[in-house]
Write a protein that binds this ligand. Structure first.
Ligand code: 13P
Length: 249
């Protein structure tokens, strides 16, 4: 059976000192109580080497928050999938709503980023989700299907290798969480869309993200199509992150 995945997204937070303290506390907790799930942390690019070194030999996987759509060359400021691979990066977020919103990333760019990651042997965590305005207009299903369709279209049979994270934009960093039923409803839509694209849709892990915390994680993770979580704010506090990990049964 596939393991659930709990991934922390540190976003643009941290320092050498605070990362070390956080990672040591998380690793300690994981050593005391072995997780029943896979665990990863997505660190800012300059800290990947630090995270690689501190997590070496542990079951805590290194993740990155973004990857270039280009392979190599004159793309100032970009970080390629091959570079990430050198730092033992196992997962990379693509299409996070903050990148879609602030960096104008569109569905086709996100699909290319997923393709770059897959080609380098890194699992893309494809983030998607609707805004509150879209939800209120009854467009949730259409929006998430459109976002996922672009990735399916470009990546064909490799699609069974991806992870999908449903993150309703209105739930990110707001303290508003989708109810387990709301999240499950969207996850079921995504699962059936994947079923039309691959013979093994159940292999694909569908994470929920958006104000997931120690208090609400268990109920969300109990839903049949919720295979893990992508955690922002609560992943910066070791006890909270560990409690979310422990809520995976
Ligand atoms: P919060 O958990 O802080 O709402 O962030 C969710 C998120 O964007 C994870 O990628």
């Amino acid at each position: 059976m596939k393991k659930k995945l709990i991934a922390g997204n540190w976003k643009m937070n941290g320092s050498l000192a605070s990362n070390e303290a956080l990672l040591r506390a998380v690793l300690d907790g994981m050593a005391q109580q072995a997780p029943a799930c896979d665990v990863a942390v997505a660190a800012p690019a300059p800290y990947l080497a630090q995270v690689q070194a501190l997590t070496a030999g542990s079951s805590l996987a290194v993740a990155a928050q973004d990857v270039s759509a280009h392979e190599a060359g004159a793309y100032t400021g970009e970080v390629s999938a091959a570079m990430l691979k050198e730092f033992s990066v196992r997962y990379v977020l693509v299409g996070h709503s903050e990148r879609r919103q602030y960096h104008h990333e569109n569905d086709s760019l996100v699909a290319i980023k997923a393709q770059r990651a897959l080609a380098a042997g890194i699992t893309p965590i494809v983030c998607l989700g609707e805004t509150m305005q879209e939800r209120e207009a009854g467009l949730t299903e259409a929006v998430v299907k459109r976002q996922l369709a672009a990735v399916i279209h470009l990546n064909g049979h490799c699609i069974s290798e991806i992870v999908v994270a449903y993150e309703p934009v209105w739930a990110i960093g707001t303290g508003l969480t989708a109810t387990p039923e709301q999240a499950q409803e969207v996850h079921a839509v995504l699962r059936s869309q994947l079923a039309a694209a691959t013979e093994q849709p159940d292999r694909i892990r569908l994470l929920y993200g958006g104000s997931m915390n120690a208090g609400n994680a268990a109920a969300l993770l109990a839903q049949p199509d919720i295979d893990g979580g992508l955690i922002g704010g609560a992943s910066l506090k070791a006890p909270d992150f560990l409690q979310i990990i422990a809520s995976v049964k």
